[in-house]
Design a protein around this ligand. Structure first.
Ligand code: GDP
Length: 497
């Protein structure tokens, strides 16, 4: 039955320490209760307040979610706002509009879910084509998908940073209190993507959160991980301390709770896992993201990768003696390296290197790359399936090497529960030209070039609030709380530790 041939992988806890509720039909979503067979048990245990909170959320979602009488009443309030005052309804909603690549979208979804959980809202996704057929429903007896006939859908096209009726723009005009309190708005649009303004980012402030409580429908667009910003306010602080005694486990727990690849994606995962990965005593996952010229040439990136895996002892040095002389019959362990990238060059180079030579300690290195899609095509179904499958395969790694700035890598590390080794983005500002890497390496043996260990497994919020909540003066969110710090790959960004 078990997909793994290695007993140390065996993990019989299909409910992940109580994170997942029982009762779902197993066949319609195989990954939900089977991923545990490929994963080692997580060392991070969700708190019992978090488990109770999730169970209460599931009940709320069933009561207020699509197809419920409450949902229909809430929709009526949206089209004719007077209804909402005559019929006091305790169902409030947070609808998330996602954008960009799959990693960005996953961060958006988890952010909106986190916010909904904390603010007692029901969270719904405008799925669009990019998220079609990737994830199973996470809530028993209901749906997390915004119905296609949602009345505001026509407006979605005009929702952007400059939309006059957005939370940030209303606030800028000094009209937020009036809009919410005097003539209750039935919905508000919050723009929280990479180009969010300082006013949009007052979303993270207590006073605004207090006002937002009164808005029945919040429509939020983002491509970022908003959680560190939400932790900055004191609004949810007391409860957050109980739910997450270890602050750096938010993505890990909520990601494993919420995301369950559909059977189509599960097929890709298990057809990679069984033949190529199951035998690994140890698996190293390498995610190489190429951001064009900012990432340097192929050779630069390859040199950087090899320097990282060798300096940090993630891969063995190669045996230089001729094969006849090397002691290849010594007890051999197999290390499996899973490479994900849009290009096949990195894994081809590694594969050839470890085929031509053994590792110095008699270690055999097997290299596997599931796909090499060439270019990002986020509107194609199979392309997105492969991307999701690869994030999940990476998340089975014991050790990870990821690329700076990449939300694809953030998702894998969070699901895995692993602090990755992060490869610097090739900018001269950050480290010397890559063709001098050898020279640099000997000069600075203790330095953290060409990769360093992430301070936590959490994703980075790339667009943090930079103004204080009262006077719009500069603030540095990375210096306010012991558990919110600057990101290693984006010095202005914020992450939980
Ligand atoms: P980011 O741009 O690195 O932050 O990550 P995103 O996931 O948001 O966007 C990159 C997109 O490019 C992915 O969603 C995939 O569509 C594609 N992509 C990038 N790297 C890989 C990879 O290693 N494997 C696959 N299958 N797709 C990738």
């Amino acid at each position: 039955q078990h997909g793994s041939t290695n007993d140390s992988h065996r993990n019989d806890d299909e409910f992940i320490n109580g994170l997942l509720p029982p009762g779902f039909d197993q066949k319609s979503c195989l990954s939900r209760y089977q991923l545990n067979l490929y994963r080692k048990p997580s060392p991070y245990i969700p708190s019992s307040p978090l488990l109770s909170k999730l169970r209460r959320y599931e009940a709320l979602h069933r009561r207020c979610g699509p197809n419920s009488p409450s949902f229909r009443r809430a929709l009526a309030g949206l089209t004719s706002p007077t209804n909402s005052t005559s019929l006091p309804e305790d169902c409030k909603y947070a609808v998330v509009l996602t954008r960009d690549g799959l990693g960005n979208r996953i961060l958006a979804i988890i952010s909106a879910f986190f916010y909904a959980l904390m603010s007692d809202r029901v969270f719904l996704i405008d799925r669009g084509n990019a998220l079609d057929d990737l994830f199973c429903e996470p809530f028993l007896g209901s749906s997390w998908i915004l119905p296609s006939d949602f009345p505001l859908r026509r407006e979605f096209g005009s929702f952007r940073q400059s939309f006059p009726g957005s939370f940030g723009n209303i606030l800028r005009n000094g009209m937020l209190k009036k809009t919410i309190e005097d003539s209750p708005a039935s919905y508000l649009y919050l723009h929280l993507s990479h180009d969010a303004s300082d006013y949009d980012k007052l979303f993270y402030c207590d006073r605004q959160q207090n006002l937002l409580k009164k808005v029945p429908w919040m429509i939020m667009e983002t491509n970022n991980y908003l959680v560190p910003g939400i932790f900055l306010g004191s609004f949810f602080r007391e409860e957050l301390n109980k739910l997450f005694p270890a602050k750096d486990t938010v993505f890990h727990h909520l990601g494993r709770y919420l995301f369950h690849p559909t059977n189509g994606v599960w097929g890709l995962i298990s057809r990679s896992y069984k033949p190529y990965l199951a035998r690994a005593k140890e698996m190293l996952g390498i995610q190489i993201r190429n951001f064009g010229s900012e990432s340097g040439s192929f050779q630069d990136q390859m040199n950087q990768l090899l320097a990282c895996t060798q300096k940090k002892k993630l891969l063995p040095d190669v045996e230089q003696s001729s094969p006849e002389k090397s002691n290849s019959t010594a007890s051999q362990t197999v290390k499996v390296v899973l490479v994900t990238s849009l290009s096949s060059e990195y894994s081809e180079t590694l594969k050839e290197m470890y085929w031509e030579h053994g590792g110095v300690d008699g270690e055999v290195v097997a290299v596997y790359q599931p796909s090499h899609e060439g270019i990002q095509s986020s509107n194609k179904k199979m392309h997105n399936r492969k991307a999701l499958a690869e994030m999940y395969l990476l998340s089975l790694s014991d050790v990870l090497v990821t690329s700076d700035w990449s939300t694809f890598g953030y998702v894998a590390q969070g699901l895995a529960g692993v602090k990755p080794w992060m490869l610097y983005k090739a900018e001269d500002k950050v480290f010397p030209p890559l063709n001098q890497w050898l020279k640099y390496r000997t000069r600075n043996e203790t330095g953290d070039w060409p990769c360093r260990r992430a301070v936590s497994m959490e994703p980075c919020l790339h667009v943090p609030p930079v103004c204080d909540c009262d006077e719009m003066k500069r603030r540095d969110g990375g210096n306010e709380l012991p558990f919110v710090t600057h990101c290693e790959d984006a010095s202005w960004g914020l992450k939980l530790v």
